[in-house]
Design a protein around this ligand. Structure first.
Ligand SMILES: C[S@@+](CC[C@H](N)C(=O)[O-])C[C@H]1O[C@@H](n2cnc3c(N)ncnc32)[C@H](O)[C@@H]1O
Length: 279
């Protein structure tokens, strides 16, 4: 697996990964998450927001890492099921263990289309993947599925009989109820070839309502307000999927690898599951 940390720039550096139109004065979800994961693509406003979040949620870094580790295991699982095509919606800023790197460990021909609407995430992904003909980076809002699904790179990925791995990881808590999260998932699932798999994770306030309410307040004035949902509202996102074992669980408990987590003390705060698209 490629270790991208070696070329991560200093946090104060600007360059091609910072498009001119980027608003560096307000925190963005992609950059706050990057900071919590130990990345270098973030600005003072993002670090200040992360500091406020960590004050009320001391395990924020642990939860972020737990989610990212779930993403890696889910991709590995999908690859083990023969999936070589991935559509990653809300892909974020590239960090160690990107989807194409993990997928290619299993099958070097794997193809990945990354989709995000955050300028730094898109610019940095394009820098990383420049010249890689089996990956594409699309700048689009996933709450507009007609536009996403009409994109030529997305169509090229989906317009075959080969099953696809759809990744909706740590993204639906940015989608408000009025955008109909379950309806959006349904629309994307309907566009997938038979045999496809989907991975979904979602932050919840179930275990720390007060702390998460303050996190939501911190992000409320950012371009990415957050909507933490209880398990009962996350379960419907999986309506079109036959969940594989162990179902919808704390991310740390989804097929943990030996030594990766203490089953008696999982990080709490993000639910995750993988399912096979029902036809
Ligand atoms: C917390 S990061 C998750 C990144 C990656 N999926 C992971 O789990 O490691 C959430 C990402 O979703 C993106 N995002 C949020 N709402 C989005 C939307 N409506 N359309 C596209 N991307 C979105 C953010 O810009 C951010 O990069």
């Amino acid at each position: 697996m490629t270790d991208t940390s070696a070329w991560l720039p200093d946090q104060t550096t600007t360059g091609a990964w910072v498009p001119d139109e980027t608003d560096t004065t307000r925190p963005s979800a992609a950059r706050v998450y990057d900071f919590l994961l130990g990345g270098g693509h973030n600005f003072a406003a993002d670090r200040a927001a992360a500091a406020r979040i960590e004050q009320v949620l001391p395990n924020a870094r642990r939860v972020a890492r737990s989610n990212r580790a779930f993403l890696r295991r889910a991709v590995r699982y999908m690859a083990s099921q023969g999936i070589t095509r991935f559509l990653d919606l809300g892909s974020g800023i590239p960090t160690v263990g990107n989807v194409h790197e993990i997928a290619r460990d299993a099958n070097p021909d794997s193809r990945v289309v990354y989709v995000d609407f955050e300028s730094v995430a898109v610019a940095h992904s394009r820098l990383l993947l420049d010249g890689d003909e089996r990956t594409a980076v699309v700048e689009a809002d996933l709450t507009d599925p007609d536009t996403v699904l009409a994109d030529e790179d997305v169509r090229a990925l989906l317009d075959t009989d080969e099953p696809v791995g759809l990744l909706l990881v740590a993204v639906f808590h940015f989608v408000p109820d009025h955008k109909d999260p379950a309806g959006l998932v349904h629309k994307y699932l309907s566009a997938l070839p038979a045999g496809s798999l989907a991975a979904i994770s979602h932050l919840t306030a179930d275990h720390d309502p007060e702390g998460m309410a303050e996190v939501a307040e911190t992000m409320a004035t950012s371009p990415n307000p957050m909507f933490f949902r209880p398990l009962g509202q996350i379960t419907p996102l999986f309506a079109g999927l036959d969940l594989v074992e162990p179902g919808l669980v704390d991310a740390d408990l989804w097929r943990p690898e030996p030594g990766s987590t203490d089953p008696e003390d999982p990080a709490r705060g993000v639910y995750a599951g993988v399912g096979r698209v029902r036809r």
